[in-house]
Design a protein around this ligand. Structure first.
Ligand code: PLP
Length: 430
């Protein structure tokens, strides 16, 4: 504990505001401190700088699928950095981890004849997929096909295009003019997607973006035939079907990319988070051979896109070691059992007077939504419940109407019960 405390910057101890501008938060509040310094983590547990322990009910931000403190990932990164820290994959440069990872992802992707673009995260990958969709139509003689359709509650990162196609208005407002050839359809209706394609004109629509389960928007599960219908509609109107598996991938839904649960074959799959369990930032896009074809098999059609750290060998080495763990421990099968147990435990909260709805049962994730009465008349916020739970040693994720959970896949039944009973006690306390 002493070592941990002395590692906290002096500014925090003297009570002065720090310099770190946190993500997604009101710094007017957070800068008053004290910040919650996560000092160490192991398995599903976190320790703060005072040495107090917390259950990580959210796998950080949905990403630490393999759990914290995996020595073999750290060792793999160390080995790779000692051999070759990093080198670009610009032009014909390559490195072995990037080549190996691409082969491995292609072997498991639910995409026909796949090619793999590597990036540093989810939002970057969404912008890559959107640009590639538009470019594909441009080089195949349909440059007017630019319109992008996404879903209510859909979250696709906050880069330029991800901001434009956000299904949550609070992420779009206040930045001036965003991309205008975009629209959002209800997340639960394939008929609404078809109607929107017809309204815009199929000749103008480039792609449709959907998460297998809407994640950050509040864990909304698709109906049983939703994706079959969506795939049929996209195919019928010549709209590229882009699956955003950033949250749903790498065993969180019991398979590699989440969308396999619905038996459909998208044109592109965007991934990040669980691919490396977040030990080193990494993301990418798996692209079907059909979409790759005009770029790979015709002269003079480069996709003029990429970033400095694409194919970073140390990030790819982290991913390879992480995927070794997922496979060796069969976290794909384990996750299905965790999904069932978590679902059962969360559903015990359905009768709580503050709870309007529990959404779970597809993937290791769930949402507990508060009632309108609690949120408006009684003025209870999800931040109150979050704070209460954290003071009791459990980290949850508050979104405007719900508390979200998405623990590491190695969580035990006992730990799930601890998570859910702490959530229940926190609801009682607020
Ligand atoms: N897509 C989905 C479904 C996500 O949940 C996220 C992040 O939460 C992103 C994209 C963006 O990823 P990143 O934060 O790595 O840019």
């Amino acid at each position: 504990t002493e070592t941990v405390v002395s590692s906290v910057p002096a500014a925090r101890r003297t009570g002065e505001p720090g310099r770190l501008w946190h993500t997604f938060c009101d710094m007017n509040t957070v800068s008053r401190g004290p910040e919650f310094v996560v000092a160490r983590a192991e398995g599903v547990w976190l320790w703060d700088s005072s040495g107090d322990r917390y259950l990580d009910g959210t796998a950080s931000l949905w990403y630490c699928n393999a759990g914290h403190g995996r020595r073999e990932i750290a060792d793999a990164v160390h080995r790779q950095m000692t051999l070759l820290d990093s080198y670009t994959v610009y032009g014909d440069f390559a490195n072995l981890p990037a080549l190996e990872l691409s082969e491995r992802l292609a072997a498991h992707a639910p995409v026909a004849d796949p090619r793999v673009i590597l990036t540093c995260g989810g939002g970057e990958s969404i912008d890559t997929a959107a640009k590639l969709a538009r470019r594909y139509w441009a080089v195949t003689g349909k440059p007017e096909k630019t319109h992008l359709i996404s879903r209510t509650g859909g979250y696709h990162g906050l880069h330029g295009i991800g901001t434009s196609i956000s299904g949550m208005e609070r992420f779009r407002a206040g930045y001036g003019r965003l991309l205008e050839d975009t629209s959002v359809v209800p997340h639960d209706s394939a008929a609404a997607l078809e109607a929107e394609i017809l309204r815009v004109g199929p000749e103008n629509v480039a792609a449709f973006f959907a998460e297998p389960v809407v994640g950050a928007g509040g864990v909304y599960l698709p109906g049983p035939d939703y994706f079959t219908e969506v795939a049929r509609i996209c195919d019928r109107y010549g709209v590229l079907f882009v699956v955003d598996s950033v949250i749903c991938g790498f065993a969180r839904m019991g398979n590699w990319f989440g969308i396999e649960r619905f038996g459909v074959t998208p044109d592109m799959v965007v991934f990040a988070k669980g691919v490396s369990s977040g030990y080193v930032p990494l993301g990418g896009v798996v692209v079907s051979g059909r979409i790759a074809d005009p770029f790979w098999n015709r002269e003079g059609n480069p996709f003029m896109h990429g970033t400095t750290y694409a194919g970073h060998p140390s990030a790819c080495a982290a991913a390879m070691a992480n995927l070794d763990i997922l496979e060796r421990e069969d976290l794909f099968t384990v996750a299905l059992e965790v999904e069932r147990h978590l679902d059962g435990a969360l559903r015990t909260l359905a009768g709580h007077p503050l709870v309007a709805e529990v959404r779970s049962g597809l993937g290791v994730m769930g949402a507990v939504e508060l009632t309108e009465e609690a949120l408006t008349e009684r003025g209870i916020t999800t931040a109150d419940v979050f704070a209460e739970a954290r003071s009791r040693g459990v980290v949850l994720r508050p979104v405007p109407r719900a508390l979200l959970v998405s623990p590491p896949l190695i969580i035990t039944w006992e730990q799930i019960d601890h998570l859910v009973s702490t959530l229940a006690a926190s609801l009682d306390a607020v």
